[in-house]
Design a protein around this ligand. Structure first.
Ligand code: IYR
Length: 222
């Protein structure tokens, strides 16, 4: 098909099957070492590295290719402090009574509480925003398709990219997250989806002794 009809040839690189198997196994081993980290060091991370990981996320498939996302990479200490203060205010009410007992019981193995020092310690907070709707050149609203799903896919790719680059991450979702739009001055059509904390783990960081479900619980062959 020619360029003139809106299509061009696919750049697909066929690999020998042995190499395919090695790559699949190597990627599995890499991704199995990913852990959600809640103790971060203040060791800096170059913005260029974070930018490449965000570019990876922004390459994700999306409904009608609308790319309904914005990634706000925050390293400014004053802005991180404001985000921490607002998030902790929400979390205090969550842990202090808003969360039902069964939710708190489900979180107990993770050892979380209202205090979120990592929001200031970690070098980067990547606030992922979802475009609930688009804005046309004439200012009219454009309907978005599968926006939350698309942003979820992009966020998964962001987590994988950061891990692959040698960084630790934490998915953090203080609720409600409206304060993030205010602090970052984002427009009304964007909603905060999550905060991805990224950096190096603190010296001696620990993670909960929890595991993943076995193969037979997560996959079936038909
Ligand atoms: N947002 C709270 C609570 C929390 C909820 C879930 I679901 C988790 O997997 C972890 C934490 C917090 O960040 O502490």
């Amino acid at each position: 098909m020619a360029d003139s009809d809106g299509f061009h040839p696919l750049d697909f690189r066929t690999l020998p099957e042995g190499e395919m198997c090695h790559r699949a196994a190597d990627f599995l081993a890499l991704m199995r070492r990913r852990r959600t980290v809640r103790h971060f060091s203040d060791r800096p991370v170059p913005a260029s590295l974070v930018a490449d990981c965000i570019r990876t996320a922004a390459s994700a498939p999306s409904g009608a290719n609308q790319q309904p996302w914005f990634f706000a990479a925050v390293s400014d200490p004053a802005m991180k402090r404001r985000i921490r203060e607002a998030a902790e205010a929400e979390e205090r009410t969550f842990y202090g009574g808003r969360a039902p007992r069964d939710w708190l019981d489900a979180l107990a193995p993770l050892g979380t509480d209202w205090e979120k020092p990592f929001l200031e310690t970690a070098p980067w907070l990547i606030v992922v925003f979802e475009h609930a709707y688009g804005i046309g050149p004439d200012g009219a609203r454009i309907k978005h398709y599968y926006a939350p799903d698309s942003v979820g896919i992009a966020t998964g790719m962001l987590i994988a990219a950061l891990h692959n680059a040698g960084l630790a991450t934490l998915t953090h979702t203080p609720a409600p997250m409206r304060f993030l739009s205010e602090i970052l001055g984002r427009p009304a059509n964007e909603r905060a989806f999550l905060i991805l904390v990224a950096g190096f783990p603190a010296e001696g960081a620990v993670v909960p002794r929890i595991g993943k479900k076995p193969d037979d619980a997560v996959m079936g062959w038909y």
